[in-house]
Design a protein around this ligand. Structure first.
Ligand SMILES: [Zn+2]
Length: 276
């Protein structure tokens, strides 16, 4: 069986704020090292639970910002790690296709505008084919992309507010709230040992419930926009429209934050530097 683990870092137990990347001091260096270790350990807790249940092919998507946060050398043979320059691959979720049995999301954070949401950012503003308006976090946008491929999101870890959003949208998804948000840069967090134990338990619960957890789908056609920090200030003047949420999501990304689709390639052996 095949599983897909989508990862971010702001929802990991122990993360409460970003490193001050304008300063190259040792404190920031250590912050990055520690957070990468904590993220890797949480993902490995999910991997072990999947392996114990017979999953032999596990794709792990290193999807936070720069796309190189996971300690690659820590992963077992069952895993393939998707990593590299963030926002510059062929898409946001390579290898997420119809052959995957279940998906999981680790280290997830609340959408932009969530009151008291720890490191809340990013919000997808979506109108579906029935005229219903939705606000989606990166996590539920991931669930929607997985849904296009018929893949259910069976388990999520992150802060309590993100978990609440997922609970409202995806019935049956097992939730591991590894911290309680107390503000933009504050949280009350489980210990690393407790968070990894909870993640393992919830992955097992998600696997058990997977036949009842439906892929997350919404009716087309769609209108889509995105905002980074303030939901009232979307990035595009007009939302983009389309029937295919996969293509539409990447079209919005390419108009705002990302350069998906190998735009750095001049030919198959030459790449622009610095990238576009
Ligand atoms: Zn992130």
């Amino acid at each position: 069986m095949k599983a897909y683990i989508h990862t971010d870092i702001e929802g990991v137990a122990g993360w409460v704020f970003y490193a001050q990347t304008a300063h190259f001091g040792l404190a920031n260096w250590h912050h990055t090292q520690r957070m990468n270790r904590l993220l890797t350990a949480e993902v490995l807790a999910a991997v072990r639970a999947l392996e114990a249940d017979g999953f032999t092919e596990i794709y792990v998507n290193d999807a936070h910002g720069y796309g190189y946060s996971l300690l690659f050398e820590e992963f077992p043979e069952s895993c393939r790690i998707i990593h590299g320059r963030g926002g510059h691959g062929p898409g946001w979720t390579p290898f997420l296709d119809e052959t995957i049995n279940i998906s999981i999301a680790i280290g997830q954070h609340p959408m932009a505008g969530t009151p008291c949401g720890n490191c809340n950012h990013s919000i997808w503003l979506l109108t579906d084919g029935k005229g219903n308006e939705h606000t989606l976090s990166e996590t539920t946008m991931f669930a929607l992309l997985a849904g296009v491929k018929g893949v259910p999101l069976v388990m999520v870890s992150g802060d309590d507010l993100l978990c609440k959003e997922v609970e409202q949208k995806i019935e049956g998804c097992a939730l591991a709230p590894v911290k309680t948000s107390l503000g933009l840069q504050n949280a009350c967090t489980l210990s690393p040992a407790a968070s990894r134990k909870l993640i393992g338990e919830k992955v097992r619960e998600g696997i058990t419930n997977r036949t009842h957890t439906r892929p997350f789908v919404l009716p087309d056609p769609f209108r889509l926009n995105v905002a980074d920090r303030d939901p009232a200030k979307p990035e595009l003047e007009q939302p983009l429209e389309g029937d295919d949420i996969w293509k539409l999501m990447h079209a919005v990304c390419n108009r705002t934050y990302a350069k998906f689709g190998n735009t750095d390639a001049v030919d198959d052996r030459t790449f622009r530097w610095p990238p576009l």
